[in-house]
Design a protein around this ligand. Structure first.
Ligand code: CO
Length: 212
């Protein structure tokens, strides 16, 4: 019997064949360069596969994923991804994609010890503290949990706007647009939170603007 590990390589060969059949130049073209228009920052959750849910082909989506789709100022990994996407790939859209049912958000809602995860969860707890009044006015626990997922997406969109590379493009070229999305595990549908990022950017300029 084949193991799931062996199956992966068979899947890969079949995928290569399908791609070549429909577009003989597919791999040659991608091997030369990438011009993605989108940077997708999502959760590491195995149920939120970036290319599948957006229907975007390889080459069209620059992807970063971590627990609870966080953009922390001290995280060299995500900051490098954003810097490269803005300054070198000239990306047009940056998406923060959270999802309902996120384990990272759920863990952060409990005042418990999660070991090495504590500093990571702490920044999600900061989002809770910032929006405590609104969150605690929601009596239904699931409703509160879902709302924290949304507010966390909103705060990470703001964190993206703190990047100097993002600001440099935004104030000279008018992009990237920053979008907050939430993915519904139950339906498979993406919800656009319709955040007014230009308005938010304008209000925060006085505090966070780091470019001349
Ligand atoms: Co998650």
């Amino acid at each position: 019997m084949k193991t799931s590990y062996e199956t992966i390589f068979e899947n890969n060969k079949a995928w290569v064949q399908r791609k070549r059949d429909s577009d003989p130049e597919f791999f040659n073209r991608l091997a030369r360069e990438q011009h993605p228009e989108y940077l997708f920052i999502g959760c590491s959750d195995s149920r939120v596969p970036a290319n599948d849910i957006t229907g975007l082909e390889p080459g069209n989506l620059f992807v970063h994923r971590n627990i609870a789709n966080m953009v922390q100022g001290s995280d060299v990994n995500v900051q490098s991804v954003i810097e490269y996407a803005a300054a070198h790939l000239d990306i047009k859209h940056i998406v923060i994609c959270g999802h309902y049912g996120c384990g990272g958000i759920k863990a952060a809602m409990q005042p418990k010890d999660f070991g090495l995860l504590n500093p990571w969860l702490s920044t999600i707890r900061d989002v809770y503290r910032l929006h405590r009044e609104e969150l605690e006015s929601i009596l239904d626990e699931t409703g509160r949990y879902n709302r924290l997922v949304e507010l966390n997406v909103q705060e990470q969109c703001i964190n993206v706007c703190k990047s100097g590379a993002v600001q440099a493009n935004y104030f000279t070229k008018g992009y990237p647009d920053v979008h907050g999305w939430v993915y519904e595990l139950n339906s498979g549908l993406l919800v656009d939170l319709q955040l007014d990022m230009p308005g938010i950017m304008k209000r925060l300029t006085k505090i966070y603007k780091v470019v001349p």
